[in-house]
Design a protein. Structure first.
Length: 346
C-alpha cells in the first residue's frame, strides 16, 4: 500500500480509502465489520463516512453507518490505527437530521449538534478529518459542469470556518476538509484561513472518474499550488463503469435496481461513453472495473481513491484495481476516448 500526505498536514494516509455508505442499508453490521477488518489487513488506514449515511438518505436509517463504524472501533480497539473521516450536511430541505426539525444549514448550532452526534455514534472523542459534505451556499451541487447561481442567504465562510476552528481548538477535530466544492469555494476557504488564522483546508472530496474528469479544470491547479488533497469518490461511476448495466442489464442487489437514483449516467453521451470505456478495457484484456479504478488512482492529484463494496469479493477486486498499473497504450486510448466524450456525466 502506498501512503501520501494529506494536504499540508504532515499526516500520511493510505492511497485507498474505504467508503462506508452502504453500511446499514445494503450491508449489515457484520458485513461492515468484515470489510473494515479486511481493509485494515490490506493496509487501508482511512475510512470515510457521513452523518447522513447510509444511502439513500432516510430518517429511519440515518446514522447507522457511523454507528457500525463506532461498534467496530470499540470491539477491535482500533481507533489509533485508523484515519477517521466523516461529513456534515450542507444546505438542504431535509429537516429530519436536526432535533428541532430545521432544514439543514451550516450554522454554528447545527454544526455543533452534528459533530456531537457523529462523535457519539462513532464511539470516539475526536474525528481526524471533518468535512463539509456540500456547501451552505444556495447553488446547484451534484451534477452539471456549469455553475448555476441561486439567490438566497447562507452562512459566511468566515463563520463556518470559525466554528470548525473551535472544534480543532477543543481537540474534537484534527483536520477540516470540503466536499462537492468549486474552485471559488476552495480558494475562499484557504484565503479566510490565512487572513483569520483559522484551520487550513487539507482536502476536497469530489467525484472523479473516467466519465467525470471535471476536477481537472480549475481544481487540479489548486492541488498543485496549494496542496489541497483530492479524495476521489465514485471512481466507478456508481457502478456503471464496471459494465454491469451494459445492454440494459439490471443485476439483483445493484443500486440502480434497488433505488434507481443514477440518472446522470443515462443522459446524453453518458451511455455511449460508458460502453466505449467498457469495450476499451476488454480490448486490452482488462476488467472494466479495475481499469476505471486504476485510472483514477494513477492521477498525480489524487491523494486517496474512495472505494465501496457490498461484498468482500467486490472489495478485493476494487483494491486490486487501485493497485493496478496501466500501460501507456491503455492511457493513450483512454485519453483519445476522453476527447471524443469529454465529461459526459458530471
Amino acid at each position: 500500500m502506498e501512503y501520501r500526505e494529506l494536504g499540508r498536514s504532515g499526516v500520511m494516509v493510505s492511497a485507498i480509502c474505504l467508503g462506508t455508505m452502504t453500511f446499514g442499508e445494503q450491508n449489515t453490521e457484520a458485513d461492515g465489520h468484515a470489510q473494515m477488518d479486511y481493509a485494515l489487513d490490506r493496509g487501508i488506514t482511512m475510512f470515510d463516512a457521513a452523518e447522513i449515511y447510509p444511502v439513500p438518505p432516510k430518517p429511519e436509517t440515518q446514522g447507522r453507518t457511523e454507528a457500525i463504524i463506532g461498534s467496530w472501533l470499540s470491539s477491535r480497539k482500533a481507533r489509533d490505527k485508523v484515519m477517521l473521516a466523516t461529513k456534515v450536511i450542507g444546505r438542504t430541505k431535509m429537516n429530519w437530521l436536526r432535533k428541532d426539525g430545521s432544514p439543514g444549514r451550516q450554522s454554528r448550532a447545527q454544526l455543533i449538534e452534528a459533530l456531537h452526534g457523529s462523535l457519539k455514534r462513532l464511539n470516539t472523542d475526536h474525528i481526524d478529518l471533518y468535512q463539509l459534505h456540500w456547501p451552505d451556499r444556495p447553488m446547484r451541487i451534484f451534477e452539471g459542469l456549469d455553475y448555476v447561481h441561486k439567490e438566497g442567504e447562507s452562512h459566511s465562510i468566515e463563520d463556518i470556518l470559525g466554528v470548525l476552528g473551535d472544534f480543532v481548538n477543543q481537540g474534537k477535530v484534527r483536520f477540516v476538509g470540503l466536499s462537492n466544492e468549486t474552485p471559488w469555494g476552495v480558494m475562499s476557504f484557504l484565503k479566510t484561513a490565512e487572513n483569520l488564522s483559522l484551520p487550513r483546508i487539507v482536502s476536497i472530496q469530489n467525484a472523479y472518474n473516467l466519465v467525470n474528469r471535471s476536477f481537472e479544470t480549475g481544481l487540479a491547479e489548486i492541488f498543485y499550488r496549494e496542496q489541497v488533497s483530492l479524495l476521489a469518490y465514485s471512481p466507478l461511476g456508481q457502478g456503471y463503469l464496471t459494465g454491469k448495466y451494459e445492454g440494459g442489464a439490471l443485476p439483483e442487489g445493484s443500486r440502480k435496481r434497488l433505488f434507481d437514483r443514477l440518472g446522470r449516467y443515462e443522459m446524453g453521451n453518458g451511455p455511449r461513453a460508458i460502453s466505449a470505456y467498457v469495450a476499451l478495457a476488454q480490448s486490452h484484456g482488462l476488467d472494466p472495473a479495475q481499469m476505471a479504478l486504476a485510472f483514477t488512482a494513477s492521477r498525480p492529484f489524487v491523494t486517496s481513491t474512495i472505494i465501496g463494496a457490498t461484498t468482500l469479493g467486490q472489495l478485493k477486486t476494487d483494491i486490486e484495481g487501485c493497485l493496478l498499473r496501466l500501460s501507456d497504450a491503455v492511457i493513450q486510448d483512454i485519453e483519445q476516448l476522453h476527447l471524443t466524450y469529454p465529461n459526459p456525466c458530471p
